[in-house]
Structure formats: C-alpha cells, structure tokens
Write a protein of this length. Structure first.
Length: 420
C-alpha cells in the first residue's frame, strides 16, 4: 500500500508542477537531479519487485499513477518539446532512454500484468476498467508466454460482470480497448447489448456517451442499436448545455464514421453550436471534426458552416491546425451550397497561410488532394498556392498516389494560376 500511495502522490504532484506552476525547471540543479534520480530509481526498482505481493487495488492504483507520468512525458516527446529536469528523470527510470528502451522483464506494466493475471478473478469491475485504462494511456499491451494479452484476459473477466460496471467504468473500458489497439469484438458486442438493454441511460454523462460512441466507431465495431439508442436519448434531452465541445464533436464524428444516419441528432447539435455565444472553447480538431462529420453524413447546414468558418477566420491561429484538420475544413466548406460567399475569406486566409508556412511539406498526398478538391469545388483561385502545390507535387509526390480526381484538380489549379 505504501508504494501505490507513493506513486499516486508523485503523479499528482508532477501534474501540478508541470501543468500549473512549471516549478520543476526552476528548482532542480544538476546535483539535485542526480540525487533524485538515485532515490526514485531505488523506489521504482523496489516497487517493481513488490508488485508480486499487491492486491487488485494496489496493482491498479500503481499502474494508473505511473501511466499518467508516462503519458505526460510521451506527449511532450511526441510534440517535440524539451523535457525539463524532472521529466528527464522519470523518462530515464520508467520509460528508458531512447537508445535503450525497457525490455519486457524490466517493464513495470508487464510486471503488474504478470501479477494481475494470477489473481484476476479477484478483480472487481472498477479495477478491471482501471487496469485497462492505465495500460491504454501508457500505450502498453502486456503479452504473456501463450501469446495472449492482458486485454484478452480483462475482456474475458469483464463480460460476466457487465451489470456491475458503473457508466464511467464501461466507457473507460471500451475506450481503453480501442486506444490500445486491442479491440475485442466479443466484449464490444456484449457491452453494447448491455447498454441497449438498459431502460434508461440518463446516468451516463455526456463525456461517457461520446467516448463510447467514439470507441465503437474508431474500432470499426458497428452496432446500430447502440448508436440509435444513444442518439435518440441525446435528441430527447431538453438541451445540450452539459455537452462540452469535445462531446459534441465526438458524437457527430462517431455517427458519421460509423455511417449511422440520425438527422435529428445532427440538427440538435448544429442548433447548439449555432446558438453559442462564441466558439472559442472549441479546439481546432474539434471544429474540423464537426465540419467533416456533417459533410460525411450528408447533413448540409450552411448556417453552421458559416458560423464555424467565420470563427476560424476571425479568431483562430491556423498554425494550430494539423494539415489533416485544415484540409478537412476546406473540403467540408467547399461542398456546402449557400455558404461560399462567406467562406471565401477563409479560403484566402488558409491559402496565404499554406504558402507562407514552413511546414508545407508535412501535408500528405491525401491532404493535398483534399485541398485541391476544396478549392476546385468552391471555385476559389489562389495563384501562389496553386503554384506551390504544383511545384511540391512535381518535386516530392508520386502523382499516382493522388488519384485521378486529384490529378485532374491539380491540372485545373495549374491552368487557373497560369491564366492569372
């Protein structure tokens, strides 16, 4: 219990230090870091040895605490951001240096999984959900000698206990399986059947509902009864005031991804977004997901598209958009009749940004194809963008990877640029 409590406390402190105060960089000198590294390495090694004596609660608590630290470090590394001294310490002792990553027999998550397997029948529903969630956020899929994974065993143990899972635990369970790439068709089917069988799903919070639908859509686990039940429930609500931007975007994105039609839900979501005082609480990828979803579902809504286009044009920094988000925004806006006269301003702004961006080469062939399709469909001409796109494709892209339609749009763009 002492070890699990220790790592929980360290995880909370680390979150506070790194995300709120940034104290870590200012407080640790080189010698202090060396002392801390030695102390934490010793405690970490002792923890890894002691997990064989842990019960379900301590195993999941330790896994979750360490997973949060791993996730925080991995996010910074993936973003190309510099690790401060405290983060370097944790990366060294938990994850391993980039040149020598941890082996399975030196992996804390594998150690926890090995112990958990022997006592998994003792795990309550909440501990099964928490164990799956911890491994998912740490991008860990522990594997055993027979080739099975920890997630396989969690699924097998969870199915008979589904009535004991709380809504958040159910949502975290399927979200974790999808996130870890350990989708289990049997588990997803049983969870869906259980939710559909419930008389009322009012106990599920918006985040839980959106995460469930998102997990099923991303894992390609089609289940129309589940999607219709959740969508019908959302439509029945008096309002969507408790749905955050993330919830709204995830719900419509999931339905569109799963090809589940529900016009009334799309209408209710669009009305909510249109009537908001501002859209500043939406992140770039959420705006992109909303536009993409409405386009994919064939739910044309010029008012919604103009509202989002105006917001991006007036308030958003385009450098915060991933290439895939920008191309999705343009493609969605370019296909909506009745909104072109307002969205042309955004098309010009995006084109200027792309021409001047140092990250132009980060656009994949599919994204270039979508950009070309959007400008051709909207009939917006931007000679400098077209010239750069043409030059980039000739120099760096196999034209066959663009597809016939994209090549046709590339010719159109080149001809338009020459005419100007």
């Amino acid at each position: 219990r002492n070890y699990s409590s220790f790592w929980s406390r360290v995880s909370r402190l680390a979150t506070e230090r790194w995300t709120k105060h940034n104290v870590a960089n200012r407080e640790l000198t080189g010698s202090q870091r060396n002392v801390l590294t030695h102390q934490l390495t010793s405690i970490f090694s002792n923890t890894r040895g002691a997990v064989t004596q842990f019960g379900p609660r301590d195993l999941t608590q330790t896994a979750h605490a360490i997973a949060k630290i791993v996730k925080m470090v991995n996010v910074r590394v993936s973003q190309g951001r510099r690790l401060d001294r405290m983060q370097q310490v944790f990366r060294y002792i938990i994850i391993g240096r980039q040149s020598s990553p941890r082996e399975d027999d030196d992996d804390i998550f594998q150690s926890i999984a090995n112990t958990s397997l022997g006592i998994l029948p003792e795990f309550e529903a909440r501990y099964l959900s928490n164990l799956a969630y911890a491994n998912a956020i740490a991008s860990s899929v522990p594997t055993f000698d027979d080739g099975s994974t920890l997630f396989d065993h969690i699924a097998e143990k969870s199915i008979p206990l589904l009535t004991e899972f709380q809504p958040q635990e159910l949502a975290n369970l399927v979200w974790s399986f999808e996130k870890a790439g350990a989708s289990n068709a049997g588990l997803f089917e049983k969870v869906a059947d259980h939710i559909v069988s419930l008389d009322n799903i009012a106990e599920f919070k918006p985040l839980e509902l959106s995460n469930i639908l998102s997990a099923y859509a991303k894992a390609d686990q089609a289940n129309p009864p589940l999607f219709q039940k959740v969508a019908n429930y959302i439509v029945s609500l008096d309002n969507l005031h408790t749905f955050r931007p993330e919830d709204l975007s995830n719900v419509v994105h999931a339905l569109a991804t799963a090809d589940e039609a529900h016009p009334r839900l799309f209408e209710k979501v669009s009305n909510r977004i249109i009537t908001l005082g501002n859209l500043k609480s939406f992140k770039p990828h959420q705006l992109s997901h909303v536009l993409w979803a409405f386009s994919k579902a064939g739910e044309s809504n010029p008012k919604l598209h103009v509202r989002i286009a105006d917001h991006i044009y007036l308030f958003c920094k385009l450098e915060l958009f991933e290439p895939s988000d920008l191309s999705a925004v343009l493609l969605a806006l370019g296909t909506v009749e009745g909104s072109h006269h307002r969205t042309r301003f955004l098309f010009q702004k995006v084109a200027d940004h792309m021409v001047e961006s140092d990250e132009f080469d980060s656009f994949e062939p599919r994204e270039i194809s979508d950009v070309l399709e959007a400008y051709a469909t909207a009939d917006v001409v931007h000679p400098r963008l077209f010239a750069r796109l043409h030059a980039h494709v000739n120099a760096h892209v196999d034209s066959t990877s663009l597809g016939e339609n994209a090549r046709r749009n590339l010719v159109w763009a080149h001809e338009k640029a020459e005419q100007v």
